[in-house]
Write a protein that binds this ligand. Sequence first.
Ligand code: CP
Ligand code: NVA
Length: 308
Amino acid sequence: MNQKHLLTLHDWSTEDITETLTVADKLKKELKAGIKHPILAGKTLGMIFSKSSTRTRVSFQTGIYQLGGQGIFLSSNDIQLGRGESIYDTANVLSRYVDGIMIRTFKQSDVEDLAKYGTVPVINGLTDLVHPCQVLADMQTVAEKKGKLEGLKLAYIGDGNNMAHSYLYGCAKLGMDVSIATPVGYECNAEVVENAKNDARATGSNVVVTYDPVEAISNADVVCTDTWCSMGQEAEKEEKIKHFSGYQVNTELFSKAKEDAIFLHCLPAYRGYEVTEEIIDGPHSVIFDEAENRLHAQKAVMALLMAD
Ligand code: CP
Ligand code: NVA
């Protein structure tokens, strides 16, 4: 692994991502076989959260413990960062105590600054821009279910948000075709689309952004969606629900994907909005394997970035 941090998947090479997925698979098999892997014995991960979390918090804390280390949950409500202490000072101080920092926050630039000013690896646990750990777990899940990644088509229907951006980056790096359908006004970040298109040229995959959910989902091997109302957008909820009505992943829309398509959702999900019960709780859904793989994929990230 030729990386110090995980800030976005765009920063990583195809080889960095595939190495992580290979290690994730190995750690998963070892865990299931009862084989211990104390790769990070004695190490500490600081986990800064400026937003809520179930999966990220529990999987990182459990993951670092399984690797022989410990995690410290740092809610921004409780640490001085939340009272206005600078990222610069926080990065410098935490670097004197811990061996790695995971951060979930709003601005991508805060994560970049933490990496710039600190001396320890920084792992992005979600920003408004991207959610790279989630897409590593998603790719591990797709590879398990489909036996490969390259050449598959992934469709994402919904908000042009951090998940959409991370699918763009992940798929482009891994040679998967990716089609994103969003309503007008909720498009993906133009720079992210451009970056993904450039990456896709190198891996021979195809990036499509459209307003047409049927076009996006047609012939897809993997169908994804996410909440229409991300953390921090609570005030826009009613407005967004109106604009997203044609973008629900339901039985009719899903029928346009391949017959053996799988359904992914990073969770938390809001049944009856972005996805119907028939789909998320139906035979194509692999959401709990996907959630489980957060543990294994993030252990791989920590092992690769934080080991001596
Ligand atoms: N998918 C995900 O990141 O879940 P949490 O918000 O519960 O961490
Ligand atoms: N897009 C969602 C993902 C939650 C894991 C959010 O940012 O709230």
